[in-house]
Ligand binder design. Structure first.
Ligand code: ATP
Length: 453
C-alpha cells in the first residue's frame, strides 16, 4: 500500500483529533506557542524521556542525574550572560503592529525568492552586530510584512528572550531559559556526593521558557518547552576530543534508538557562536518544513563555571589528583528539546493512505503496547479479556476496549501507534488461545495466552 507522510497542518490536526497535543487554553482562544499534551502525547513524551535518561544515565556509570529548580537566584542569569546577551534581533511593522525575528524574516524571503546570497550578507551583519545593515537588507529588497503587506518598519532592535516577574521583595526573577545553569551551580554538590571524577556528566530533564518573538511551526518553537540536557565536565584541553565524541554519540542515538533514517539527519555547524561557546554544532532533522535543529552540541569551555565563581565569590575549582593542582573543568554540553523530538517522531512515523492512518512507532516509544479487545461485549469474553489486561498492565502500558466493531478498534489502535492488539474470541474459551494482530503488517497469529506473560 502506498503510504505518505503528513504535512504540518495534517500533523496538527492529527494531534488534536487523537489526543496527542492541544493548543493551550483553547477555550479562551489559546495562548500562542504554548501547548498541552493529551493522554497519548504525554505517554509518548514519557517514553522519549525514559529512552534519553536510559542512554545518558543508565548506560554511563560516570553520568548522574539532577532535578534543579526552575526559579533560581537572579545573579545566575547575570553570570551566565543571559541578562545581557540572550536576545534575538526583532523588527516591528508599524501598520500591522506585528513583531518579527529579523533573521527569520530575511531567511524566508531569501528562500522563497531563491537568493541565498542575501543569507550570507545577513550572517555577516549579524556577526558584526550591524543592525543598520540588517535594516537596509529589508528595505532594499522590499521585504514586506505578510499581514499588512507594507514595508513600514521600525529600526532593528535587540529583544531579551527571558520571561521575568517581580517577587514579593521587588526582585526581578527569571524563568530559566535553559536547564544547564541549574547543573553548573550544583556541580560541586553533585560531584562530591556521587564521588565522580573528571570526566563525568550531569543530566537533567526539565522545563525551560523563552519569550520567542515569532510563534510558529507548532511545537517546534514554543514559549514553554522541555529540554533534555547533559553537561560533561572535562579536563581543559580535551574540549575537541569530547565535542567530537558527543557529536557522534548523539547522532547515533537518533539513528539506532529512535530509528530515524540517517539521510533525514545532518550536522550543521553554527554560523555565529553563542556568547558562551568555543565550538558548536546542531543536529538537524528534515521536518515537513525543511531541515531544522533538534539538538545542539556545544563546547562551553570554563565560561560558565568561571563566571559563577566570579559572581558568587565561591571556589568552584576541583583537585586534579594526578598533579595535585586545582582547576576549573571545561564543559561539553548536549542539549535537545523533547517537544522537537516528539514533532520529529510525528513527522517521521505517522503515515497515511486514502483510508488509513498508522503511527509506526517502535515498541519502546509507543504510548500503548498492548490493546486487549474482546471480540464482542459478551459474557465470557469480557471476563477473560479483563483478566489478560489486569495481568499485563503491571508490566506494560495497556488498554482495554470493548466498544464498537473489532475492525474499528484495530483502526483506532493503528492511529495511536499500538503495536499489538490481543483479541479474545469464542475459540479462546475452548483452547485458551487469543489472536495477536501486528500493527505494521496487519498479520494475525493465534497464540496461547500463556505466551503473553
Ligand atoms: P533555535 O535556533 O531554533 O532558536 P537554539 O539554538 O536557541 O534554537 P538551544 O539554545 O541550543 O536552541 O537549545 C537546545 C535545544 O532546545 C534546541 O536544539 C531545541 O531542541 C530546544 N529548543 C530551544 N528553543 C526551543 C523552543 N522555543 N521550543 C521548543 N524547543 C526549543
Amino acid at each position: 500500500m502506498n503510504f505518505k507522510r503528513l504535512t504540518l497542518p495534517e500533523i496538527i490536526n492529527y494531534c488534536k483529533e487523537n489526543g496527542f497535543i492541544f493548543q493551550s487554553s483553547e477555550i479562551y482562544d489559546g495562548m500562542q506557542a504554548i501547548y498541552d499534551y493529551g493522554h497519548y502525547g504525554c505517554l509518548l513524551k514519557q517514553n522519549v524521556k525514559h529512552l534519553w535518561q536510559k542512554e545518558m544515565i543508565q548506560k554511563h556509570n560516570n553520568i548522574v542525574g539532577i532535578d534543579s529548580a526552575i526559579i533560581m537566584h537572579p545573579n545566575i542569569w547575570k553570570a551566565s550572560g543571559h541578562v545581557d546577551n540572550f536576545d534575538d534581533l526583532m523588527i516591528d511593522n508599524k501598520d500591522s503592529k506585528k513583531r518579527y525575528r529579523v533573521d527569520i524574516l530575511i531567511e524566508e524571503f531569501a528562500e522563497k525568492n531563491n537568493k541565498p546570497e542575501i543569507i550570507e550578507i545577513m550572517n555577516e551583519y549579524i556577526k558584526n552586530e550591524d543592525l543598520d545593515g540588517l535594516y537596509n537588507i529589508i528595505i532594499e529588497n522590499n521585504i514586506c510584512c505578510p499581514i499588512s503587506k507594507t514595508c513600514n518598519w521600525t529600526k532593528v532592535r535587540h529583544f531579551n528572550l527571558m520571561f521575568n516577574f517581580k517577587d514579593i521583595d521587588d526582585n526581578t526573577i527569571y524563568l530559566r531559559p535553559e536547564t544547564a545553569q541549574g547543573i553548573y551551580v550544583n556541580f560541586l554538590n553533585i560531584q562530591r556526593s556521587t564521588h565522580q571524577k573528571i570526566p563525568f556528566g550531569i543530566a537533567q530533564i526539565g522545563k525551560a521558557f523563552r519569550n520567542e518573538i515569532i510563534a510558529r511551526q507548532f511545537t517546534f518553537r514554543m514559549r514553554e518547552f522541555e529540554q533534555m540536557e547533559m553537561q560533561f565536565f572535562i579536563n581543559p584541553g580535551e574540549d575537541e576530543k569530547y565535542f567530537e565524541y558527543w557529536k557522534e554519540e548523539r547522532m547515533n542515538w537518533y539513528i539506532n534508538i529512535l530509528g530515524i533514517p540517517r539521510e533525514k539527519l545532518r550536522f550543521k555547524p553554527h554560523e555565529k557562536l553563542a556568547h558562551y561557546a568555543k565550538a558548536a554544532v546542531d543536529i538537524e532533522y528534515e521536518f515537513p518544513f525543511g531541515f531544522k535543529e533538534i539538538e545542539g552540541i556545544h563546547a562551553r569551555t570554563d565560561f560558565d563555571l568561571s563566571n559563577h565563581e566570579r559572581m558568587s565569590k565561591k571556589n568552584l575549582h576541583i583537585l586534579n589528583p594526578e598533579n595535585n593542582e586545582k582547576f576549573i573543568p571545561h564543559i561539553v554540553e548536549t542539549s535537545c528539546g523533547c517537544d522537537r523530538i516528539i514533532l520529529m517522531l510525528l513527522s517521521e512515523f505517522i503515515q497515511k493512505n486514502e483510508n488509513r492512518f498508522i503511527f509506526k512507532l517502535s515498541e519502546e516509544l509507543a504510548p500503548i503496547k498492548y490493546a486487549i479487545l474482546p471480540l464482542m461485549k459478551k459474557e465470557g469474553l469480557t471476563e477473560v479479556a479483563l483478566d489478560i489486561y489486569n495481568n499485563l498492565k503491571n508490566k506494560y502500558m495497556c488498554s482495554y476496549d470493548d466498544s464498537g466493531s473489532i475492525g474499528k478498534r484495530y483502526v483506532r489502535n493503528d492511529i495511536v501507534g499500538t503495536p499489538y492488539c490481543i483479541t479474545v474470541d469464542y475459540q479462546t474459551l475452548e483452547d485458551n488461545s487469543v489472536t495477536i494482530r501486528y500493527r505494521d503488517t496487519t498479520e494475525q497469529k493465534r497464540i496461547s495466552i500463556d505466551e503473553l506473560y
